[in-house]
Design a binder for this molecule. Structure first.
Ligand SMILES: Nc1ncnc2c1ncn2[C@@H]1O[C@H](COP(=O)(O)OP(=O)(O)OP(=O)(O)O)[C@@H](O)[C@H]1O
Length: 320
């Protein structure tokens, strides 16, 4: 539904997007990740044409957004909600009026949209705060008002730029839960720029790693964390960490999933008679599922036999 083709953008001589090809499916929660300055926010802003590309195309639901005239662009933007890190609420207006504001701007009568505003405030858990002013709310509550305001126009896409980075971890957790729920209940496509590991693990169905304006890697969040954690050392120091291995030892990274392969490592040990050292690893929650990757030390002399058994057990593994 969002198709980005050979997107290029420079500010002066500085190339910020250097030929991005990417497609984001309907209903994805897509995480744009990368070091500071990689071009994440610029790409996000290009998706609703707050910035325009120098060349390339962004096609949303079959429409090349670069070709839209002024009126069409306004109409297109109505279908896209945006949440920034700064909540930018209207301080003198209460919660209800903040959420009503975008509808009012597009000419909707209060009486016509009253039910929708109240439903949206219920959905974000602020049904009892409609009369409160922004200064009477916590950071997480303000963020939820911003989300309600972005969603009240019933967009098909939500763009979120570091929206949870100012929140404490517990609140981040509830905002993420909310986004996941909205994603499921409303079938919304969400594109989120983030540096936060909790957001990547809990919310993102797929992620793209940007590096100097190029798409360096693309995959599910499980593929990043469990199979290629070395790509994430920028965000979590431990991600790509490996123990030392002697020349006669090999390190194998094995992925375990809740339910399926709980006894995989003991099965492997029984079948091969090798006493493995589990040198590193742990389980974590990815959206609704639990999975982990574990680094095993195996004698190099037995590697062929061990990896053949891993294949026979249907394990997901690689030597690291
Ligand atoms: N309007 C602008 N004019 C000039 N340079 C800009 C403009 N917007 C962004 N840049 C530059 O483009 C580069 C990419 O910026 P962008 O905000 O897209 O990166 P980012 O990956 O989102 O970084 P961060 O994680 O720090 O927000 C940066 O070097 C930035 O200074």
């Amino acid at each position: 539904m969002i198709e980005i083709r050979n997107a290029r953008k420079s500010f002066g001589d500085h190339v910020v997007l250097d030929g991005i090809d990417l497609s984001i499916d309907r209903g994805d929660v897509f995480g744009l990740i990368g070091v500071s300055g990689a071009g994440k926010s610029t790409l996000l802003r290009c998706i609703n044409r707050l910035e325009s590309l120098d060349s390339g195309e962004i096609i949303v639901d079959g429409v090349d957004i670069g070709s839209l005239g002024k009126a069409e662009l306004l109409e297109f933007r109505r279908g896209i909600g945006m949440v920034f890190q700064q909540f930018s609420l209207l301080e003198r207006k209460n919660v209800y009026d903040n959420v009503y504001f975008p509808l009012k701007c597009s000419g909707a009568k209060r009486s016509k949209v009253d039910g929708r505003i109240k439903d949206m405030l219920e959905l974000v858990g602020l049904g009892d705060k409609m009369k409160a002013l922004p200064r009477e709310l916590s950071g997480g509550q303000k963020q939820r008002v911003a989300i309600a305001r972005a969603l009240v126009s019933e967009p098909s896409i939500l763009l979120s730029d570091e929206a949870t980075s100012a929140l404490d971890p517990n609140i981040t957790e509830s905002v993420l839960g909310l986004l996941r729920r909205i994603n499921r209940e409303l079938g919304l496509t969400i594109v989120v720029v983030t540096h936060e590991v909790s957001v990547m693990k809990a919310a993102c169905t797929r992620m793209g790693l940007l590096n100097h304006g190029r798409l360096q890697a693309l995959g599910t969040s499980e593929e990043f964390f469990l199979e290629h954690p070395e790509l994430l050392t920028e965000f979590t120091r431990d991600a790509g960490w490996l123990p030392d291995a002697a020349p006669d030892e090999a390190l194998l990274r094995v992925v375990l999933r809740e339910g399926g392969d709980a006894s995989l490592i003991s099965d492997l040990a029984i079948r091969t008679g090798v006493r493995f050292e589990i040198s590193w690893g742990g389980f974590d929650r990815y959206g609704e599922s639990v999975a982990g990757s574990f680094v095993l030390k195996a004698p190099r002399g037995r590697l062929g036999e061990v990896t053949a058994e891993l294949d026979a057990l249907g394990a997901q593994w690689r030597e690291v």
